[in-house]
Design a protein around this ligand. Structure first.
Ligand SMILES: Nc1nc2c(ncn2[C@@H]2O[C@H](COP(=O)(O)OP(=O)(O)OP(=O)(O)O)[C@@H](O)[C@H]2O)c(=O)[nH]1
Ligand SMILES: [Mg+2]
Length: 411
């Protein structure tokens, strides 16, 4: 009997406690998140501060709005809006991938979305030389905040053109395999480089867009990007944006510069009078110094690649055959075109987009930038000022002042 009374009392107390908690929660002020869940304001602020919702003063009393010196406030009004308001540019992300790249591209997308695109909701176009499977589409559609589009690359953009001597190309691959040149024996890598050099911007899914941001599998983004990168390009008349630059393997492009010189002779009207030749050559165009912007990250103008100057440039290179008789990469091809056919002011270094693609990292040099942008990269990993990077040269050519402390990151 006594045990039964105790159980009843416990039940009544538990019910009373539950009702009291529910009343307290529902009488709080609510904030609606982007999805349908509702979270009390105090809880949000507490989560952002990483501290209790009512910070206490030195004497233990609570004082709303004040924070003790051992805590680090991050007031909610310093955070960007969840969805950026205002006009957007006509732009899309672009990824070339295979179905089995799904989990590596999923990681890349998640980072781009978290750091940038969840605020802007730009579209994402996926291209493949084979049809994308249902799993690839399902996972990527779930991750991207804008529309996703999936395109098959036409055969003529991913095959040997009829003027290529297949036997000669095969011998080159065998020779490069023996010399252990990276991807030297690969046919598909060559199709990929030729496609990225000459065709992705002609794909029907891209014809209506003006700007693109290229994203590869397995990349990392280390800082918040709170402004509209595409509108920056448009409003500042930029046509090519990069984050890393370096020297190309000489063995993969022995005659590329010969073709470029022949192009310059044939089409002098396409060479911009305010070009960035000094980034590409140390002797005013006689020889190539092998500097190039690393094209696995690019933000650029699709209209530039579709224009007459670049069309003539690519056709010349394509007919010379170096995509197959050597192993010309899209990075030097794009970079040489940007350096010669654009005004140098149209090329932009995105210092504030911290990025990793194996094996190189771009991390902003200046600590205040890294703090402001909530970066997670180790500044020691920054490749910008190392000996094998061309970014220092880019700064010199553009007349840009190098950031304080860059000398400390040279080795
Ligand atoms: N559809 C398709 N995509 C490819 C193929 N080969 C490469 N890609 C894509 O083309 C881009 C460049 O290829 P990667 O293999 O990353 O080449 P890389 O960046 O020079 O070399 P890694 O150091 O291996 O990353 C990536 O987005 C790949 O997913 C292919 O045969 N088919
Ligand atoms: Mg890659």
């Amino acid at each position: 009997m006594a045990a039964s009374n105790t159980r009843t009392l416990r039940f009544v107390l538990l019910a009373f406690f539950t009702i009291a908690v529910l009343f307290k929660v529902y009488s709080s002020t609510y904030v609606s998140t982007a999805k349908t869940s509702i979270i009390p304001v105090e809880q949000i602020i507490s989560q952002q501060n990483g501290s209790p919702s009512s910070p206490s003063t030195a004497d233990g009393a609570t004082s709303p709005g004040s924070v003790s010196s051992d805590q680090t406030p991050n007031t909610s009004n310093s955070l960007p809006p969840a969805v950026h308001s205002g006009e957007r540019a006509n732009a899309t992300f672009i990824t070339l991938a295979r179905n089995n790249d799904i989990w590596e591209i999923a990681k890349s997308i998640r980072q781009v979305e978290d750091r940038f695109n969840r605020k802007f909701n730009y579209d994402w176009v996926f291209l493949n030389d084979k049809p994308f499977d249902a799993q690839f589409k399902k996972i990527t559609t779930a991750l991207v905040s804008g529309n996703t589009k999936y395109g098959l690359i036409p055969k003529e953009h991913w095959s040997f053109p009829d003027w290529i001597d297949q036997d000669k190309a095969k011998k080159v691959r065998e020779d490069m395999a023996q010399r252990k040149i990276i991807y030297g024996d690969s046919v598909s890598y060559r199709h990929m480089c030729r496609f990225e050099s000459g065709f992705f911007f002609h794909h029907p899914l891209l014809l209506d867009y003006e700007y693109y941001w290229r994203v590869e599998p397995s990349i990392e983004l280390y800082c918040d990007v709170d402004y509209d990168v595409f509108r920056f390009m448009r409003d500042n008349k930029k046509k090519y944006g990069f984050v890393l630059s370096l020297y190309e393997y000489v063995e993969t492009i022995p005659t590329l510069w010969d073709s470029v010189k022949a192009f310059m002779k044939e089409y002098p009207q396409h060479i911009h009078k305010d070009n960035a030749m000094a980034f590409l050559s140390d002797d005013d165009g006689n020889t190539y110094n092998h500097c190039h912007y690393w094209s696995n990250f690019e933000v650029g103008s699709l209209d530039f690649w579709r224009g007459q100057a670049y069309t003539d440039f690519f056709n010349k290179l394509d007919h010379d055959g170096g995509f197959f008789y050597e192993r010309w990469g899209d990075a030097p091809v794009h970079s040489i075109a940007a350096g010669l056919l654009m005004s140098k002011d149209e090329i932009h270094f995105f210092n504030d987009i911290a990025y990793y693609h194996v094996p190189f990292t771009h991390c902003p040099t200046t600590e205040s930038d890294r703090i402001k942008l909530k970066c997670t990269c180790n500044p020691k990993d920054n490749f910008d000022w190392k000996g094998y990077s061309c970014t220092s040269r880019h700064f010199d050519v553009m007349g840009l002042e190098k950031p304080d402390g860059y000398q400390n990151q040279m080795d």
